[in-house]
Design a protein around this ligand. Sequence first.
Ligand code: GLU
Length: 389
Amino acid sequence: MKLAARITQVSASLTLAISAKAKAMRTEGIDVLSFSAGEPDFDTPDPIKAAAKQALDQGKTKYGPAAGEPKLRAAIARKLQQENRLNFQAENVLVTNGGKQSLYNLMQVLLDPGDQVLIPAPYWLSYPEMVKLAGGIPVILPTEAKTDFKITPEQLQQAITPQTRLLVLNSPSNPTGMVYTPAEIAALAAVIVDHQIWVVSDEIYEKILYDGAAQLSIGAVSPAAFERTIISNGFAKAYSMTGWRIGYLAGPLELIQAVDCLQSHSTSNVCTFAQYGAIAALEGSQDCVETMRQAFAERRQLMFNLLTAIPGVNCPQPLGAFYMFPDIRCTGLGSLEFCEKLLDQYQVAVIPGLAFGADECIRLSYATNQTTIAQGMERLAQFITAYTR
Ligand code: GLU
């Protein structure tokens, strides 16, 4: 069958595919230990579920505005003002089907064919594909573990061409867990302002930080930086609401109105009663966020200790999110082969670094319990030892 060129040039999401495979193997009774999905294993906190149930009972089951429930847009704007020092109003905010759709729709309304988008690598695997689906050209900025997987202002400056429209910034990072310091963010903002390009700051992991790492939104650096900033965020990671599919985009009015127009012809509003759960998440106690963060912090330490004790494995200690991105070159295997063999022979599911633009690494999610982490790292150690020459 002849399919449109736009879909044949992109690959399906490997994070979703491997997570689904691991879940299917478990259903078949196979003892799989999965570090694949970037998905908190906690249930959604009760007050959030109760608010959605109440909305359902109250008949909030109809179409709503494509851009989201006004009350949720206002609550998100307040959060951005108070927590992130970003002066967005409700009309600058649009509710999307997860953080993923906010980025996808942004590319659709911002890019013309041939426009370039700068993406630091290792990157979350959907960024380049979203750019390609919008007819844009992903331009990858490589980084290394020895410099904490960070781009420099000079590197950014050199990569900018007359075709550059946008930089995709993701700190804390999926897949490396790297976090830019406020000073580094300010230095990148200066280049963006200088060259008048846009930056989309994907802040989905903003609340999952360790060892005193600080989060500064690039739009809070200066009024000039704010003028060039678009924010993508969502409820999935901080409130363990992955399946609810609630994210948002915040930016200049013209951009938000364009995405509203696009959504009005594609998905329409996000599930109406689910949005009431999101309002409760923002307006209720934030203790649940801290409780989950503390659990991630303990798991991070456990995984890091066990992982870096494996001879030949190098891994910088992440300061945010819930991923580790170790170098597996000691095995002599490419990351695809590594992950296939590890799953087949030891029933451990991880994601190949190739999907994130780094074939020498694998990604492990530690959003899982400590027993799984301990057993999984033991199997991983056996596997790596068997393959290390
Ligand atoms: N963002 C998560 C991950 O990287 C969820 C899966 C996805 O949408 O890619 O694993």
